[in-house]
Structure formats: C-alpha cells, structure tokens
Design a protein around this ligand. Structure first.
Ligand code: ADP
Ligand code: MG
Length: 377
C-alpha cells in the first residue's frame, strides 16, 4: 500500500505547457474532481481554455512559476522542453513529477542514449559530434548512410539530416550551426513501436499495450494497437521501458520509442517524459487513459488498469486536412473524435485525432485508412 502523501480530488494540479497533451490531462483531472492551473504563454492555449485557471506567462517567468507552485498541490508538464531550471524553481515550492533530473536526460539525445545503454537497452549505434574535430571520427565509426540529429530541441523529425558521405555530413553539420549532435547509423526499420509505462513514487509500474506507429514526414500518422509484432517483442519493449523507468526512479508517464529492424533487432530510439501521441488511443480503448495515469502517478495513487478493451487505430489529423468534412468521421458509430481547439490550421500542425474501435485490428485499420483517404480528397 502507498505510504507517500496522496493527493485527492478537490486538490489543485498544475501543468507546465498548454498544448493538446495538457488539454487532455486537464479534462481527465477535472472529470475526476481536481482543480487545474495551466501555465502557458499562449492566450489561446488549448489546455488553458479547459483549466480552472490559466497563468499566461513564459516558461522562464520566475514570478509566474512561483505563483503556479503556490497554487498547486502537485505540478506536471506536457512537453519535455520546459527548461529544467524552471522545473527546479517550481519544485522548490511544491511537488513536481517528472523531476528535473529525468527531464534533463530526456532533453538530450546523447544523454538519453547513454542512460538507456547503461540501463541495458540497445540504442542504434551512434557517435557524438560536439565540434568539427569529431566529424571524421564519427564518420569512420558509424559509416553511411547515417542520420545527423541535433542533441536538443528536435521533434517530429526536425533537426535531422540523412547523410550519405563525409561531404554531406560536413554540410549538414554546417547547416545546424555546429550545435551538439549525434551521428546515428541508419537502420532498416520493419516497424516502429512504443511502450508507455507509468511509475509512481512507490515504484509501482503499469504498462499500456504496445502501439505500432507509422510516421509521415517525420510526424506520427497512425498508431495500431495491439501492435502487429511478435508478442515476445512487445513484451521485451515493455520490459525495457520499465527497466528504464526504474533506472531513473522515474515518476509519471514515460513513453519509449523503439525500432524493430528487418533483421528482428529491437533498438531503443528515444523517450518522452510525459503522455505521448502514440498513447492517444488509451483515451477510448483502455480502462485507464494515459492522462488519468499521469494524474495517478503525480498524486501518489496506485496505477489504473491499463487493459485494452478494444482493438484500436488512432489517426493524427494535421492542418493539411482542414476544413474536413466532419460527417465522414462522425457518420461512423465506432470512431471517437478528439479536437484540440486550435483556431488556425497550418500544414503539419496537429489539430486533432480520431480513434477507430473495432472487433479486430484489421477492421479498425481498414476503416481508419479509408476515412483518412476520404478526408484527404
Ligand atoms: P523525433 O524526436 O523527431 O521524433 P526520431 O529520432 O524519433 O526524432 O526520428 C524521427 C523518425 O525518423 C523516426 O520515427 C524514424 O521513422 C526515422 N528515423 C530516426 N532515426 C532513424 C534511424 N537511425 N534509422 C532509420 N530511420 C530513423
Ligand atoms: Mg521520435
């Protein structure tokens, strides 16, 4: 049984970041009777609109961070690029999960891969590049084709360059202004999967079913659950994600992305210290959503049941589709629509998603794809 302080309905929870993940957390928390305060600079923050209170301020605004801490029984975050100094400042006034140390590992590709490797996971072979002097050694070590990835602030494939020779590598390193990078071997991916686990301060761990993820232009397009991979691979992914969470003494929801290569290897790719796009399916297809799970972890509660109630396929809706014909989605009785409340659609901007629930994964995938094709016409 849990012994740490438990934070119960009626208490106030804070979120650093007010995008869609914060919004879905806010909905879950308010549904369960918690008050929610969101800190985000955007006056139209999708989470801020649903929260009891929205502190409209930058993530490094010390007065605003202190105010958030003073108002909240516990604080979490919805994206990993909140400065860890800000998280430390909030943590001097209230409980914050995940802690700054976990965040700092996940913010830096080199650190997270080093950490994962020490914990016994297997990252794709890579070589750190901090300056021109490292470029040739990296090329000799990793070879080509490979991918140059900036160490910090990359997402949705941004800050990544596929390089085919030394000249290309030098060019790419110039193009990123010689910030710290890694050169990573390009592997032949059969499929990508993610394992989302949740851990509380009592070391209780619960894992959601593994999701199979397909990307388009570096952005998650479709998640398929259960993943169509060997059960032993799924089980390994869950085990490795749990090992990683334990190794960090992590508290919160942790998403871990893996590559399954054509020769059957399971490589660690990266982690996200928060609910993840590939876990959107949990809102409609699991007993507990990843957002409720995040709340349970930060509040010192036992994890909720992660059981999959129905096969499900999630499709991300980007601004490219706007303005969609809603009836093409809502005309189906087995599709659940989620919109993020963003007024302006731009190509590549995440506007919403839908979850298709069906008797089996093939049926869910058929419907998901045919609806997407109709919307894209
Ligand atoms: P991001 O932080 O932008 O999500 P990732 O490292 O996850 O960055 O890369 C984005 C996508 O690029 C991956 O989901 C995968 O499809 C592809 N990719 C990344 N690294 C490799 C690699 N080493 N080999 C082959 N494909 C890769
Ligand atoms: Mg990724």
């Amino acid at each position: 049984m849990t012994t740490a302080k438990q934070i119960l309905p009626g208490a106030t929870l804070g979120v650093l970041g007010g995008g869609q993940l914060g919004r879905m957390f806010t909905v879950a928390a308010r549904t369960m009777g918690y008050r929610v305060v969101v800190l985000d600079p955007d006056p139209a923050s999708g989470a801020g609109l649903f929260a009891d209170e929205h502190i409209q301020a930058d993530f490094d605004d010390e007065a605003a961070l202190k105010k958030l801490a003073s108002m909240c029984d516990a604080v979490t975050l919805e994206f990993e690029n909140i400065p860890s100094t800000s998280v430390r400042l909030v943590a001097s006034g209230t409980t914050v999960y995940p802690v700054a140390e976990s965040l700092e590992i996940a913010q830096n590709r080199d650190l997270e891969k080093q950490f994962a490797q020490k914990a016994g996971l297997q990252p794709v072979p890579y070589h750190a590049i901090c300056a021109d002097a490292d470029v040739e050694a990296a090329a000799a070590d990793i070879g080509f084709p490979s991918i140059l990835k900036i160490n910090t602030l990359g997402y949705d494939g941004k800050g990544q360059y596929v390089v085919n020779d030394l000249a290309g590598l030098k060019e790419a390193f110039d193009a990123v202004d010689k910030v710290e990078c890694i050169l990573e071997k390009r592997v032949d991916i059969a499929c990508e999967i993610s394992a989302i686990v949740a851990r509380n301060a009592e070391s209780d761990i619960a894992a959601f079913p593994v999701s199979e993820n397909q990307h388009r232009n570096g952005i998650l397009h479709i998640s398929i659950v259960p993943a169509r991979v060997d059960e032993s691979l799924s089980a390994q992914a869950v085990e490795r994600a749990s090992i990683l969470a334990d190794a960090m003494s992590y508290v919160g929801v942790l998403a871990v992305e893996f590559f399954v290569t054509t020769d059957g290897q399971l490589y660690f790719n990266e982690m996200a210290p928060r609910p993840h796009n590939s876990g959107h399916y949990t809102s409609d297809a699991c007993v507990t959503s990843q957002y409720e799970q995040q709340l349970r972890m930060m509040c010192g509660l036992p994890p909720g049941d992660t059981r999959l109630v129905s096969p499900v396929v999630m499709v991300n809706m980007l601004g490219d589709l706007w303005e969609p014909d809603w009836l093409k989605i809502l005309g189906h009785d087995n599709i659940k629509l989620h919109l993020y409340g963003k007024k302006q659609a731009r190509p590549g901007r995440k506007m919403g998603h839908y979850n298709v629930l069906a008797e089996n994964v093939e049926e869910a995938l058929d419907t998901a794809v045919s609806v997407f094709n109709e919307l894209s016409r």
